[in-house]
Design a protein. Structure first.
Length: 161
């Protein structure tokens, strides 16, 4: 794929395989700066395009593979807490954590040839039980997650404009 700097409306879908929803955007920031933001669970609410995450978090300030953290959330008017487990932490490249329902949220950072960084956010449900997938579909989770990922990436791009 030819890399080019994009306008603020160029959040594009990426094919990352079956049972994933992925979008990417070019951000005018270095991978190290983006890594610092995404690898700190106390700042995840700053990345949340859906407005579901609270600033209330327990866990390390810098995530490493195998770490856990608790995050307070709100969805459909219900407040709850979830314990996430970090499944991948490659500094300045990728950070991913797994939800108790087995789906994974992944942020990947690829330096762009022209400067800045390509940022890809992925909702990966390859490990989710089929009955849960049917429930996600019925509740509109896939549609909402796609919408929220696009919003997260647009917000991130604007932040580093």
């Amino acid at each position: 794929m030819t890399e080019h700097k994009n306008s603020s409306d160029d959040v594009t879908e990426v094919d990352t395989g079956p049972f994933t929803i992925s979008y990417r955007v070019w951000v005018n920031a270095e991978p190290a700066d983006l890594w610092q933001l995404a690898s700190n669970p106390h700042r995840h609410h700053e990345l949340d395009g859906g407005g579901n995450l609270s600033a209330r978090v327990t866990g390390p300030e810098q995530l490493a593979e195998g770490d856990t953290f608790n995050i307070w959330m709100r969805q459909y008017g219900v407040r709850y807490t979830l314990k996430m487990r970090v499944v991948s932490a490659d500094p300045e490249r990728e950070i991913a954590w797994q939800h108790p329902g087995k789906h994974i949220w992944r942020w990947a950072f690829t330096p762009a040839d022209t400067g800045g960084t390509w940022v890809t956010e992925t909702f990966d449900y390859t490990q989710v039980a089929p009955i849960m997938i049917r429930g996600f579909n019925w509740l509109g989770i896939f549609h909402n997650n796609a919408k929220n990922i696009r919003a997260s990436l647009r917000d991130l791009q604007q932040r580093f404009r």
